[in-house]
Write a protein that binds this ligand. Structure first.
Ligand code: HEC
Length: 116
């Protein structure tokens, strides 16, 4: 992940937040609001059988179609350091609780087909 991409995603989210500004904040995850963040994840999570090689070879789990509750708990686990993986921890720490809920809703709605 490079920081330029991350900043673009943040800017897009800010724009989306403005567009949604008239409506009351959604209590649960909003899959549409997650879209600006998904570009951070696709590099690893969309390639079937892809293996991240740092700090050792990991098999990247498929996340599309898992339950939103599970995905949210997993991301919160990385954020709090309960789950141990350096890249996922760094990513999760950069997300707010609302963004985590949005991303969880997005991937849960993708069905079991790998997210594209
Ligand atoms: C650099 C590659 C990489 C990127 C980018 C990445 N992930 Fe991951 N992700 C992994 C790996 C590797 C694991 C497995 C880590 C482990 O064993 O705990 C993982 C695990 C997960 C899990 C836990 C899945 C499970 O079945 O327990 C979730 C949820 C997840 N990632 C979501 C995301 C989201 C959402 C993003 C984007 C915001 C993202 N990841 C970006 C490599 C990545």
């Amino acid at each position: 992940m490079n920081s330029t991409r991350f900043l673009c995603a943040a800017a897009a989210l800010a724009a989306a937040a403005t567009a949604y500004g008239q409506q009351p904040a959604p209590a649960a995850g909003n899959a549409d609001a997650a879209k600006p963040h998904i570009s951070m994840c696709t590099g690893c999570h969309t390639i079937p059988g892809y293996q991240a090689s740092f700090p050792r070879v990991y098999r990247v789990p498929k996340i599309g179609g898992q339950s939103a509750k599970y995905l949210e708990a997993a991301l919160q686990g990385y954020k709090k350091g309960e789950r141990d993986h350096p890249t996922m921890q760094a990513i999760a720490k950069g997300l707010t609780d609302q963004q985590i809920a949005d991303i969880a809703a997005y991937y849960a709605a993708r069905g079991s087909e790998a997210a594209k």
